[in-house]
Design a protein around this ligand. Structure first.
Ligand SMILES: [Zn+2]
Length: 314
């Protein structure tokens, strides 16, 4: 099969939309950013179409396929979005409208899936037989990649570990509150282990407001015992979650992404936090920092387009 010579990847975020045109060897040949119209759906569609047409004009050709990374949840049955960062997208569909206007294959994925694909191609998990790209940022999500190909599953939900329920034993042991999740359920892991969750854990242990991950890390480095207790609790919850990920997916490599991936203690402490929750004797996969991180979103979306072109996904 002849490979098309370039792909467009679009990272649709809460503040900006970035389009990159990547060639077949994943080099970025063109890049453009605009502000995201978060409150006006028609303006959002216009901005996306205009970015693509602008790239077509600049490159003198049109990419055969487009990949778009979108935060939030895409309802498998209706195709509608649930997106806190881009309110005008919630309850609306994007794919049919863009396909009708741009007349080419378009693949949608979430931002975590794009991150994982990017790290599996030239990133921290380059060439790994399987990898789990695990985001710990505002939320908690992941992409699961086997042989450099994203595994979406039937509903595109493979790797949505952030909405697994928190282990009831841990809820009880730490007397944690039953926190509501934007997905509509309570006590999803995301509410406790994401960047926002870390702040909540601090508030829970101290009875105060809770501080950011950066502030906690600074206090931890300065020898603050309270910060150490928060990180210990966070590591225990994460360790239990990652033990389940090992038992469900057994990835060859785990790459961390999102804001919390900059916390050095995760790379030294997570393996020991996972082991007590695993079957005795079972190994722990390498846990690595990202190469591209969040900056790989648009690149990952271009990979999504490439994958869609190769596999002829709808
Ligand atoms: Zn949830």
């Amino acid at each position: 099969m002849t490979m098309p010579d370039h792909y467009y990847g679009i990272d649709l975020g809460g503040t900006k939309i970035e389009l990159v045109a990547c060639d077949a060897s994943l080099q970025v040949r063109y890049r453009q950013r605009v502000a995201t119209p978060t409150q006006d759906y028609e303006a959002l569609v216009r901005a996306l179409v205009s970015l693509v047409r602008g790239a077509d004009d600049a490159l003198g050709t049109s990419a055969p396929a487009i990949g778009i990374g979108v935060p939030g949840i895409i309802d498998a049955a209706s195709g509608t979005h649930l997106c806190a960062n881009i309110p005008c997208l919630t309850g609306r569909e994007l794919l049919p409208v863009l396909r009708a206007q741009l007349q080419r294959p378009i693949a949608l994925g979430n931002d975590c899936q794009c991150f994982a694909l990017s790290e599996a191609h030239g990133g921290a998990a380059d060439g790994a037989a399987s990898m789990f790209g695990l985001i710990l940022g505002t939320g908690a999500g992941a992409g699961y990649v086997i042989d450099q190909k994203l595994v979406r599953g039937l509903h595109g939900a493979a790797g949505e570990w952030g909405h697994w329920p928190l282990d009831p034993h841990l809820l009880q042991r730490y007397e944690l509150p039953l926190l509501p999740c934007p997905c509509g359920r309570v006590a999803c892991l995301e509410s406790y282990v994401s960047g926002t969750g870390l702040r909540r854990l601090h508030a829970h242990l101290t009875g105060g407001e809770g501080v950011s991950a950066e502030q906690l890390a600074a206090r931890h480095n300065a020898g603050d015992n309270e910060a150490a207790s928060v990180f210990k609790l966070h590591l225990d919850l994460l360790g239990a979650a990652l033990a389940r990920i090992v038992l469900a997916y057994d990835p060859h490599v785990v790459v961390l992404g999102g804001g919390l991936s900059q916390l050095p203690h995760l790379y030294t402490g997570l393996a020991d936090a996972i082991r007590p929750h695993l079957i005795p004797g079972l190994g722990v996969p390498p846990i690595l920092p990202p190469v591209f991180g969040d900056a790989g979103g648009a690149r990952g979306a271009a990979l999504l387009a490439r994958q869609a072109t190769i596999t002829q996904e709808p």
